[in-house]
Design a protein. Structure first.
Length: 237
């Protein structure tokens, strides 16, 4: 008798649920992922949990830990910096092409997203802020009309979600002017000024990298210092 197969959409749903909890901080770095507990919490069998964890491991969100099994991976500062470097190029090109190709829908839909983004900032909801920020950049990529850019950017979005969430939970005001920058990018696209849209798009990501990656680096340094202090304190007892 052939073995039953797990529906890919069920594995995908479990994957997205675990990933959401990693990105929103419900499952912080170094949390053990125990398959039986996840299966019970999500009301599924162990098989889709196992397959989802394998996908998460392949994409760098979880890692094997000696004597602990599988844990949520720590954010890698160097990897995040590299991801922002790639995004700077992709976003600049997206903005340039959007300015050259966008139709009338750019202004109406763009202003609607910007309005939602400002409301998200005012609400204080980190989840809403991240969702609307990603929505804006995905909208610009859509306007570019280049499916290869969209495909190249897709693997980075969840890593972006995670770094933004981790930093914003500590530093709430780090992205207060982000929607002013988005509005400037949209104005350049509407005006069909490709050079200016490209410049603004790249500068926006460069500033985001400087804010989020440097803040993450400081957070990691602080955590390591605290860990060393506790080790010394225990050794002196």
């Amino acid at each position: 008798m052939p073995k039953p197969t797990i529906a890919p959409n069920l594995v995908g749903q479990v994957y997205e649920r675990i990933l959401d909890e990693i990105c929103d901080g419900t499952l912080p770095a170094n949390t053990r992922l125990i398959q039986d507990e996840l299966a019970e919490a999500y009301e599924v069998s162990r098989q889709p949990i196992q397959q989802a964890i394998m996908l998460l491991r392949d994409r760098g969100f979880v890692a094997d830990a000696p004597k602990r099994g599988v844990v949520v991976a720590e954010l890698n500062v160097a990897l995040m910096r590299s991801a922002y470097e790639v995004r700077e190029v992709l976003d600049g090109l997206s903005c340039r092409l959007a300015a050259q190709r966008a139709g009338e829908q750019a202004e109406a839909r763009g202003r609607e997203i910007i309005a939602r983004g400002r409301e998200a900032i005012a609400s204080g909801s980190i989840a809403r802020q991240i969702a609307e920020d990603i929505a804006f950049h995905q909208f610009i990529t859509e306007l570019s009309g280049n499916a290869v850019i969209e495909e190249a950017a897709r693997p980075h979005w969840h890593h972006m979600r995670r770094i933004m969430g981790e930093v914003l939970r500590v530093e709430r005001n780090i992205s207060t002017n982000i929607w002013d920058e988005h509005a400037e990018i949209l104005r350049a696209i509407i005006a069909k000024d490709a050079d200016e849209a490209d410049r603004l798009g790249r500068a926006h990501i460069s500033r985001a990298s400087a804010k989020f990656v440097s803040k993450l680096e400081k957070m990691h340094e602080t955590a390591k210092s605290e860990q060393r202090r506790r080790s010394v304190s225990r050794s002196l007892r």
